[in-house]
Write a new protein. Structure first.
Length: 356
């Protein structure tokens, strides 16, 4: 089938797929993920290591800079998928946010205010004080259950000493009347080197797999999206061997996972750059039920990297890299050191909308 044209009417967005035999109309919703790169407020929290991100800290993180960062993040979020859906994402997972306050300030920015986003967030035990969270348009999604599942990992040299990192946020709810499960991740970093830090991400992947298997045990046909900054690529052991996420959607069986980002990675695409190479740490992975060809309910359509030109560094040594908001000792006016990722869910519309 071939994508032929779009109708956009009062946020009911329909893709019309046409062939010689049939013509159908589809509703579309965007699900996205964005590492917003250290979205800290400018106030000192004595319980976290945020001293640098204060007016008197080494980053000179002032209220003016904070407001500029918020405006940039809101602009990006408002545009993800909007060329197809006519609106911001129905749901967006975020990471590297300091607390609930920064999320409240974010969703109250002008580009997002009218979308009426709800917030699901827990303060994680991460020593830097950064969390994961889910934002959702209240008119499109109704959460029914959510929890923060802690990741227990320990110091390489002292197995009794816990390394505090981000929880995995699990949210279940109704998207346009259909049950869906989302897991928002920010797995341990590669600090100290990829190989040395790999066991920590293996532990994160094992926890993620345990959560997914638990959802499958309740419903083998569960619609699950696990998303986040995995600090690993689609071909890394944590994703390929532990999650067993497959590159070929035709090979995915019941209670298995499909990773649409792997094909992009093999083509040289990425969401962050390091030493003149690209990594695709930010991923959206879906369960088998979302791959069915029966579009009477929501199914996976396609995924992508939101890498618009303005999100890339325009000049200098790092030209073309994601245009991070802080570098070389100061605020750059940029956005994040990661590009966002997204996917579209589509289903047949009950009634074909008017072509206004």
């Amino acid at each position: 089938m071939k994508l032929q044209y779009l109708f956009i009417t009062l946020f009911l967005v329909s893709i019309t797929l046409a062939s010689a035999q049939e013509k159908k109309t589809y509703k579309v919703n965007t699900i996205a993920f964005y590492n917003v790169e250290n979205l800290f407020d400018f106030e000192d929290d004595p319980l976290t290591f945020d001293d640098d991100r204060t007016p008197t800290g080494k980053d000179h993180w002032t209220e003016e800079i904070y407001n500029a960062k918020l405006a940039n993040m809101a602009q990006v979020i408002s545009e993800i998928g909007s060329d197809v859906t006519g609106t911001a994402p129905a749901l967006i997972g975020v990471c590297e946010t300091e607390n609930r306050k920064v999320l409240e300030d974010l969703v109250n920015q002008e580009p997002l205010r009218q979308k009426d986003y709800g917030i699901i967030q827990f303060d994680s035990p991460d020593r830097r004080g950064i969390d994961v969270a889910l934002l959702y348009q209240k008119k499109l999604f109704t959460p029914t259950n959510y929890e923060a599942v802690p990741l227990y990992i320990y110091d390489d040299n002292d197995t009794t000493k816990r390394v505090y990192t981000r929880d995995q946020l699990v949210v279940s709810g109704m998207l346009d009347g259909e049950k869906i499960h989302l897991i928002v991740n920010h797995w341990p970093s590669r600090s100290g080197g990829e190989a040395r830090s790999r066991p920590k991400r293996i532990k994160a992947a094992q926890l993620n797999k345990k959560i997914i298997d638990s959802l499958f045990s309740e419903d083998p046909y569960a619609k699950i999206i696990t998303m986040g900054d995995f600090n690993d690529d689609p071909t890394s052991p944590s994703v390929k061997e532990i999650l067993e996420a497959k590159e070929d959607r035709e090979e995915v069986k019941i209670k298995e996972l499909y990773n649409p980002m792997e094909e992009m990675y093999r083509k040289g695409l990425g969401t962050l750059a390091w030493r003149d190479g690209w990594n695709l740490f930010d991923q959206m992975i879906v369960s088998s039920e979302l791959l069915k060809k029966d579009y009477s309910s929501y199914r996976f359509y396609k995924a992508g990297i939101y890498n618009k030109t303005y999100l890339a560094n325009p000049k200098g040594r790092y030209k073309g890299y994601p245009y991070r908001s802080y570098a070389d000792g100061g605020y750059t006016g940029g956005y994040s050191d990661h590009f966002p990722v997204y996917l579209y869910l589509i289903k047949e519309a009950e009634d074909e909308p008017a072509n206004d």
